[in-house]
Design a protein around this ligand. Structure first.
Ligand SMILES: *Cc1c(COP(=O)(O)O)cnc(C)c1O
Length: 469
C-alpha cells in the first residue's frame, strides 16, 4: 500500500460544506432541503473514501476524473432516496383478489369523483342543516337503507376490526356460541379464536369439526350467552361428510333467545351476477332478506372498493355498536367514506358491473382471454423463450369464494437457459415488476388480472428480459 498516494487521494476529496459552496449545487439547494442534499453528498463522498481505502485509484487523475461525474452521482442518489417503496406491479397470477398485491383495485372513476372532496373540507361530521356537529357513522345509511331496507351500517378499518368491535360490544365477559368447524384462520393472520380472546369474549364451541346441527346451538345457549356467530369459512373448507348451519337457519333461534346473531361474511359479495356462478357464496341480498341481523365484510374483497370493515345490521344492534368507545379507535378516514360512498352508488345504479375492475375480471370469458393471450404471444420476439397458450384456471382469491376457479387460458413460458424460478425472479426485476405463477416447471401468466393497457408492459419485460448477473 502506498501511503503517500492514499494521503494525496484523501486530500482530493473535499468536505461536504465546501461542496455546498459550489455554483452548480445551488440549484439543488433551491429545490431540496439543505440537510437532504448534505446527507446525499455524504453518502457519495463516503463511497469515494471507500474506493481510496480499497486501492481502487492508482493515480490522482483517476480520482479527479471520477469526481467530474459528481452532479450525476448526486442525481442518482436523490432518485434512489425518492424512489417510493410502493410500486405498480403487473398481476399476472390470475388471482383476482390477491392479498399481497392490494386485493381489489379501486376504479379510476371513484378517485376522479372524490379528488375535489378529499383535497378540501367536507361535512364529514357536520350537519349542514343545523350547523351542528354530526357523526360520520350515518354517512352511508341512505345507501344501506335503499339496498337493504331496515338495515344501517358502521364502518371500521377492516373486517377483523369489525369482528373485534362486535364481539366486544355484545359479548364482553360473555359466551359466543360458534361452530367448531368455523373457528378458522384466514390469510394466516386473522384467527377467530384469538380475536375473540382479545375482545374479551368467551368462546363457546359447539358441534364437531365436520358436523354441527341446530340443536348444538340451542343446547349451548344459557344465561351466560352474549351472541351467536357464524363465519364464512373463506379459504378453508371441510369437504366430505359435513353438516353446517347457514346463518339464515339460526335467525329464528337467535330471535327467540333475544340474542344477536352475527355472520362474518368476509367477501362482501353484493350480487351474484348471472354470468358468474359462485357455488357457495351467498350474497348480501340473500343474507339481509332472510333477516340475518348483523353481517360483516371487507370493503376490498368481492365488494370491490378499498380496505374497510363494513358492518350492516338492524338499528337496535347498530345503535349499541356505535355507542362502544372502542369504535373511536377503529374508525376510518374521510377517504374511506368517499370511496365507499361511490361504491354503494355504483351498486345502486348497476354501474358496478362496468366500473369495478374485479367485476370486469370475473366476467372475462376464456375466449376473450385466449384472444388476448394469442396476440401478446405473437409479439414476443425473444428467441430464448418458448411460449404457448395452455388451458388453466384463474382464482378468485382473497379468502373469498374459497374453491372458486374460473376457466382461463394461460401464457406458458419456458426459457432456454433460465430455470423457471430464475425467470420468475427476472420478471419481477423488470422496470414494472411482472408477478407470475409457477406450476409444473412453467412460468405462467394469466391475462385475466392484467388490464389490456398493461399488456405492453408484459411484452416489453419478456422481450427485454433483465439478464444481469
Ligand atoms: C377476509 C376475511 C376476514 C378478514 O378481513 P380483513 O378485511 O382482511 O380484516 C375475516 N373473516 C372472513 C370470513 C374473511 O373472509
Amino acid at each position: 500500500m502506498n501511503n503517500d498516494l492514499t494521503n494525496k487521494l484523501f486530500r482530493e476529496i473535499p468536505s461536504v460544506d465546501k461542496l455546498l459552496k459550489n455554483e452548480w449545487i445551488q440549484k439543488y439547494l433551491r429545490v431540496y432541503d439543505r440537510d437532504f442534499i448534505k446527507s446525499s453528498l455524504s453518502i457519495i463522498l463516503d463511497e469515494f473514501r471507500k474506493k481510496v481505502n480499497d486501492g481502487f485509484y492508482r493515480e490522482v487523475t483517476e480520482l479527479t476524473q471520477d469526481f467530474a461525474d459528481l452532479e450525476e452521482k448526486l442525481i442518482t442518489e436523490i432518485d434512489k432516496k425518492l424512489n417510493s417503496y410502493l410500486k405498480k406491479v403487473i398481476n399476472g397470477t390470475g388471482v383476482i383478489l390477491h392479498t399481497n398485491l392490494g386485493r381489489s383495485p379501486i376504479p379510476h372513476e371513484f378517485l376522479e369523483k372524490i379528488d375535489d372532496l378529499a383535497t378540501g373540507y367536507l361535512n364529514l361530521e357536520f350537519d349542514l342543516e343545523s350547523g351542528k356537529r354530526s357523526k360520520r357513522d350515518i354517512i352511508l345509511d341512505r345507501y344501506i337503507e335503499l339496498l337493504f331496507p331496515g338495515y344501517q351500517s358502521v364502518i371500521v378499518n377492516n373486517n377483523a376490526a369489525a369482528v373485534l368491535l362486535i364481539l366486544n360490544t355484545f359479548a364482553l365477559g360473555k359466551e359466543v356460541v360458534i361452530s367448531r368447524g368455523e373457528l378458522v384462520e384466514i390469510g394466516g393472520s386473522f384467527r377467530i379464536p384469538e380475536v375473540m380472546q382479545k375482545s374479551g369474549a368467551i368462546l363457546k364451541e359447539v358441534g364437531t369439526t365436520n358436523k354441527t346441527g341446530i340443536n348444538d346451538y340451542k343446547n349451548a345457549i344459557s344465561g351466560k350467552t352474549g351472541m351467536l356467530m357464524t363465519v364464512h369459512p373463506s379459504n378453508y373448507k371441510i369437504s366430505g361428510f359435513t353438516l353446517s348451519i347457514p346463518p339464515w337457519d339460526l335467525v329464528g333461534l337467535a330471535e327467540s333467545a333475544n340474542l344477536p346473531l352475527v355472520h362474518d361474511m368476509g367477501s362482501g359479495n353484493m350480487f351474484t351476477p348471472d354470468e358468474i356462478a359462485f357455488s357457495d357464496e351467498p350474497d348480501l341480498h340473500k343474507l339481509t332478506r332472510s333477516g340475518v341481523p348483523v353481517i360483516t365484510f371487507s370493503g376490498d374483497k368481492l365488494f370491490g372498493a378499498c380496505q374497510a370493515g363494513v358492518i350492516i345490521g338492524k338499528p337496535e344492534y347498530i345503535k349499541q355498536i356505535r355507542q362502544n368507545q372502542l369504535l373511536r379507535a377503529l374508525r376510518v378516514d374521510k377517504l374511506t367514506y368517499l370511496i365507499l360512498e361511490e361504491a354503494f352508488k355504483s351498486y345502486l345504479t348497476g354501474k358496478y358491473r362496468n366500473i369495478l375492475p374485479i367485476y370486469r375480471m370475473l366476467r372475462l370469458s376464456k375466449n376473450e382471454i385466449e384472444k388476448r393471450a394469442t396476440s401478446v404471444m405473437k409479439r414476443i420476439t425473444n428467441q430464448d423463450l418458448t411460449i404457448e397458450c395452455i388451458q388453466g384456471y384463474s382464482l378468485v382469491g382473497g379468502g373469498s369464494a374459497p374453491e372458486e376457479t374460473l376457466e382461463t387460458v394461460l401464457i406458458s413460458l419456458i426459457h432456454k437457459e433460465l430455470k423457471p424460478l430464475e425467470l420468475q425472479t427476472r420478471l419481477r426485476a423488470s422496470e414494472v415488476p411482472v408477478i407470475t405463477r409457477l406450476e409444473n416447471d412453467q412460468v405462467l401468466i394469466d391475462l385475466r388480472t392484467v388490464e389490456e393497457s398493461d399488456e405492453e408492459i408484459i411484452i416489453d419485460s419478456l422481450n427485454f428480459l433483465q439478464m444481469g448477473n
